[in-house]
Design a protein around this ligand. Structure first.
Ligand SMILES: [Zn+2]
Length: 317
């Protein structure tokens, strides 16, 4: 049912209705196959909904927030009236929002995803990056350590110390002229799957650095130590954070989501794969219970980072 002001009456299926906190759900606004939304509860009732899937993509934002104007309990979930909320702290640019008409009811996901990315350009860049990466791995070309050092220093990662103290880590993003390619690990691991690559475009294109469909429907993460079920897992937003944590301590297994929108999915996937998710960090709020909104790039001291992880200096080598 369509109402004025973009309001919608929808049914949202929920497994539980806690007193407070987030419950993941399939987004009732777009045709959501996997739970890519979260419902926020206060005093046992839904008060807000966040969609990290197509609704976010349609806004060109990291998440789309909806106010819950009315909520009536129903069999297996809630009947809610939602109204879209304008962007809050999200930093991604809203490229097409102003010219975008409100989505018609029941429009499907394909129609909703805006064309922020020139797919042909993405494919060409990906092909070039993969070719260079494969040449690099085959020893046919070398990356420049200077580029590495500068970037890693900016990110407070000491390359020499990394090589000396933590040999054998899956290496961090590889620099190319056009893009940065991250070594990716599927969660849960899928033996026999070919290596995949994820691209982060250089300056000016950061808002579209995770092109739609580049993950091919899978959840990808950068895991500097690989993934072992049973390990205490810390989920972070960006690969450099995972690398920095891997350098500082081996008491936890850092996993980096490729972008904030992927954090809830990665947390869920890591839990399902048998990891004990003990901390979640993201630059901006994410709909994950217990997630800490801290930009780890802003955490200058290793001691403070370890404290945030729940570890003290004494427990690391
Ligand atoms: Zn949605």
């Amino acid at each position: 049912m369509s109402l004025p002001g973009g309001e919608r009456d929808v049914f949202v299926e929920t497994s539980r209705s806690p007193e407070s906190g987030f419950v993941s759900c399939r987004c009732p606004i777009h045709a959501d196959q996997t739970p890519s939304a979260s419902l926020l509860f206060r005093e046992g009732r839904p008060v807000a909904m966040f969609c990290f899937g197509a609704c976010a993509a349609r806004r060109g934002a990291r998440f789309a927030r909806f106010r819950v104007l009315r909520a009536d309990p129903a069999e297996g979930g809630w009947n809610i009236r939602v109204a879209p909320e304008s962007a809050g702290p999200e930093r991604a640019k809203t490229v097409h929002r102003k010219s975008k008409k409100p989505a018609p009811p029941n429009s499907d996901q394909q129609q909703e995803v805006p064309s922020l990315v020139i797919q042909e350009a993405v494919e060409r860049m990906k092909a070039e990056a993969v070719a260079r990466l494969e040449a690099f791995r085959a020893g046919k070309c070398r990356e420049t350590p200077e580029a590495w050092r500068m970037w890693l220093r900016i990110k407070r990662i000491d390359l020499e110390r990394l090589e000396r103290e933590r040999p054998g880590l899956e290496f961090p993003p590889i620099f190319l002229d056009l893009a940065i390619a991250f070594p990716l690990t599927p969660i849960p691991p899928e033996p026999g799957l070919p290596a995949r690559y994820h691209l982060r475009f250089h300056a000016g294109l950061k808002a579209i650095n995770y092109p739609p469909d580049s993950s091919q429907g899978k959840i990808w993460a950068y895991a500097p130590r690989g993934f072992r079920p049973g390990s205490p897992v810390v989920v972070v937003e960006a690969p450099q954070h995972a690398l920095r944590i891997a350098l500082l301590t081996d008491r936890v297994l850092p996993l980096a989501a490729m972008g904030i929108g992927n954090v809830p999915r990665l947390v869920q996937a890591a839990s399902e794969a048998g990891g004990a998710v003990v901390r979640v960090f993201a630059d901006d709020p994410v709909a994950v219970p217990g997630a800490v909104g801290v930009d780890l790039d802003e955490v200058a001291s290793d001691e403070r980072l370890l404290r945030l992880l729940g570890l003290s200096r004494g427990v690391v080598s």
